[in-house]
Design a protein around this ligand. Structure first.
Ligand SMILES: [Zn+2]
Length: 343
């Protein structure tokens, strides 16, 4: 059984007219999914706001108060992240959605989707990159406490490096945090170097593949297939969190990986297979995507991959310009991880 969490107030997570994060993307996405009968195949749930107790499992109290204060008046959280009045409520609601979606995986649902989620730039006491609360970590800590889980796998395929999530779990061997992203030397937030593999007992549990601008679909899928299934099998997660940001699409105004719509379908299908072979619990967070109409088609293809439907959106392939560079990166990453994993 599959489900999706959605609240109309998701569309109030709106950072302003000229901001790349478009407020009504969740509504438009759901409308597109309805139009193409995807919503007939999923059960819809309405989330509630995460509580302060939920937020404080990850963030420090000063940071939470800072967001609350900003939310009263409106202001700026960071150079790229305006904090509109009421944002505390809306960010808490998105976070509550990820918690609810995670919880449903323990109530007979095998795949749950939150379309306003995957805020991976939020660390314990800092944030930027359009993020306020790290819903990924907050859901993990909720599930850890409630269901006594010990092995969480994050596969973060958003084009930006998951710097907040990395900060939270850098020394933690219970969370295998894999991030594929555009090389930080060419894109915000500048972190996520290949040599960053964790510290102390968490060494080997942070995996970064920083891809060069111009990486296309075939190299991307090859890199995915040669790393992620092997790590998943050996780690044997109790839940898989799939941040499937589609700002990797060639039309995205913020980044330069050149994926096409079909790639998202193949990745989602593969993620379902990995989940079916392990824990049968797949939490899907839609993440970034800043060309709204292209993003919605990519999300639709992801839903097709998750639900086993074949009527996907297809577009022309794009010449892959970086296949040799990506191959070399994969070899390098495997070498770095060799003390910890069989790759
Ligand atoms: Zn992103």
């Amino acid at each position: 059984m599959n489900g999706i969490v959605y609240h109309d107030d998701y569309n109030k997570y709106d950072l302003g007219m000229d901001h790349p994060l478009v407020g009504d993307k969740p509504r438009k996405t759901i409308e597109f999914l309805e139009k193409h009968s995807i919503m007939d195949d999923v059960k819809l749930f309405t989330p509630e706001k995460a509580t302060d107790k939920d937020l404080l499992r990850v963030h420090d109290s000063k940071f939470v108060k800072h967001i609350k204060d900003l939310s009263q008046t409106g202001g700026m959280l960071a150079f790229d992240t305006p904090a509109p009045a009421g944002i505390y409520e809306y960010a808490s609601l998105a976070t509550g959605g990820t918690i609810l979606a995670g919880e449903k995986l323990f109530q007979k649902f095998q795949c749950m989707v939150n379309p306003l989620a995957g805020f991976h730039h939020a660390g314990k006491s800092f944030s930027s990159g359009f993020c306020f609360f790290n819903d990924i970590a907050i859901a993990i800590e909720h599930l850890r406490e409630k269901h006594k889980l010990e092995r969480f796998l994050i596969v973060d395929l958003d084009v930006h490096h998951a710097n907040g999530t990395q900060e939270i779990y850098y020394g933690d061997p219970t969370v295998l945090n894999i991030s594929f992203h555009q090389d930080g030397r060419t894109l915000y937030p500048g972190t996520g170097g290949i040599e960053k593999i964790g510290k102390d007992e968490g060494k080997g549990y942070t995996v970064n593949l920083p891809l060069p601008p111009g990486t296309g679909s075939s190299s991307y899928l090859d890199a995915f297939n040669s790393i992620i299934p092997l790590l998943t099998k050996q780690f044997n997660p109790e839940i898989i969190i799939y941040q499937c940001g589609v700002d990797t699409h060639h039309s995205d105004p913020l980044a330069d990986l050149y994926l096409i719509h079909q790639t998202y379908y193949h990745l989602a299908k593969k993620m379902v297979e990995l989940s079916n072979n392990t824990c049968k619990k797949l939490l899907v967070l839609f993440g970034g995507g800043y060309n709204s109409s292209a993003s919605i088609k990519s999300y639709y293809n992801i839903m097709c991959g998750l639900l086993g439907r074949k009527d996907i959106v297809i577009e022309k392939n794009i010449q892959d310009m970086k296949s040799e560079d990506v191959e070399q990166l994969v070899v390098k990453l495997k070498k770095l991880l060799a003390p910890f994993w069989e790759l």
